[in-house]
Design a protein around this ligand. Structure first.
Ligand SMILES: Nc1ncnc2c1ncn2[C@@H]1O[C@H](COP(=O)(O)OP(=O)(O)OP(=O)(O)O)[C@@H](O)[C@H]1O
Ligand SMILES: [Mg+2]
Length: 222
């Protein structure tokens, strides 16, 4: 069974009487352990599609099957369980909570999970070290540079080792060397732990490192 199957997904936004077909009839099979990249012009629907897969927005039509079960008709509670237990989301804009420390931000997804223990804290330390930011563990987001905040957000999406990581321009504000080390981390987690990745990027070199490469054009995926 595919990990995720998109079946005729469309999303139409309505703004002041105008309709915007952000995602237009996208069908896609994603197997466990896949590594997909998506490139495409600004406004082509990439973030919208990723948000639909992550259960953040609901499609106007179509189905999103996760391990065979459609997430679209789920009640909000079940959808938030899906988000917190199966999905690691790296938002296009890093979105750390300013009143929490780096470590607390990384542990945030755990607040919505059933089991929490000392292991979580070790994992937070481990992933912050993997993204090269151990020394900032007790700092607040406002005390970090943009790229450092970005790396905290990356650690946060990985710390519970979700089944699928949805990464929306995760390395846009990193220098080339740091960007490459993040990409290496993704590839290692992909091959060693079978974590599935969907990476949106404007960097064609990074896009080419994926197993399967897609381009989004006006809501359509090819
Ligand atoms: N909440 C919303 N309400 C109305 N229109 C929206 C909304 N979100 C996105 N759109 C529109 O849907 C289209 C696709 O937007 P989306 O954010 O998915 O593009 P994108 O490919 O991620 O672009 P970028 O590369 O700039 O991040 C755009 O025309 C955008 O204006
Ligand atoms: Mg976007």
């Amino acid at each position: 069974m595919a990990l995720i199957e998109l079946d005729g997904i469309s999303k139409i936004f309505t703004v002041g009487g105008a309709t915007i077909p952000a995602v237009d009839n996208v069908s896609l099979r994603i197997e466990r352990g896949d590594f997909l990249s998506i490139v495409g012009h600004s406004g082509s629907g990439k973030t919208t599609l990723l948000s639909i897969i992550g259960g953040i927005i609901r499609p106007s039509s179509g189905r999103v099957l996760f391990e065979g079960a459609d997430i679209c008709p789920m009640a909000d509670d079940d959808l938030s369980t899906y988000r917190s237990e199966k999905v690691g989301f790296m938002f296009q804009f890093a979105s750390l909570l300013p009143m929490l420390t780096v470590k607390e931000n990384v542990l945030l997804p755990g607040l919505f999970r059933q089991e929490r223990d000392a292991r979580d804290k070790k994992m937070a330390e481990e992933y912050l070290s993997l993204v090269g930011i151990s020394e900032k563990i007790n700092a607040y987001p406002s005390q970090l540079s943009g790229g450092q905040q970005r790396r905290v957000a990356i650690a946060r999406a990985l710390v519970y080792e979700p089944q699928i990581v949805l990464a929306d321009e995760p390395t846009g504000d990193l220098d080339e060397e740091t960007e490459m080390s993040v990409m290496e981390l993704f590839r290692r987690l992909n091959s060693e732990k079978q974590i599935t990745f969907i990476l949106i990027t404007h960097n064609l070199e990074l896009a080419k490192m994926a197993q399967r490469q897609f381009r989004m054009t006006q809501g359509r995926l090819a």
